[in-house]
Design a protein around this ligand. Structure first.
Ligand code: HEM
Length: 113
């Protein structure tokens, strides 16, 4: 499996506004090869805020298809602005990963029943 993360740097005081925007789902769940999304608020951070987005895909092609899609474009066309006209998002970093080990509490690893 394949993971692409986006680490978004946000002006102090506006992290929750960005997180609220993510609560409005904009179609990623319906894309072929989509596996999971996690949107996370970084805790105990000073000076700015950070929102970490993990998208998990069956393979790289599935991510690339979404990245080139209308759904991606629509979800990114309106930058979030503060009331005094500043962009809430001040920077971001996109990183690609291959998932090597996966486990969670719903899977009884090694259990033969
Ligand atoms: C180029 C810089 C990017 C910035 C500044 C950015 C920021 C944002 C923001 C603020 C939203 C909330 C929606 C809204 O504001 O209307 C959003 C949606 C989203 N972004 Fe990005 N994003 C970027 C690129 C990416 C990339 C490369 C990924 C891949 C991991 C990604 C993953 C997502 C996902 C999964 C959503 C929700 C889409 C849905 O609900 O269907 N973003 N992005």
């Amino acid at each position: 499996m394949y993971m692409v993360s986006n680490t978004i740097t946000v002006l102090e005081g506006y992290g929750d506004d960005i997180l609220e925007r993510f609560k409005i789902r904009q179609g990623i769940e319906d894309m072929p090869g989509f596996v999971a999304l996690k949107v996370m608020k970084r805790l105990e951070i000073k000076g700015h805020e950070e929102v970490l987005v993990h998208t998990i895909w069956e393979d790289k092609a599935a991510f690339e298809n979404w990245f080139a899609s209308r759904e991606f474009h629509v979800a990114h066309r309106k930058p979030a602005m503060t009331p005094d006209g500043q962009k809430m998002v001040t920077g971001n970093s996109i990183d690609h990963y291959e998932i090597i080990v996966e486990s969670d509490a719903t899977k009884a690893v090694g259990y033969v029943g």
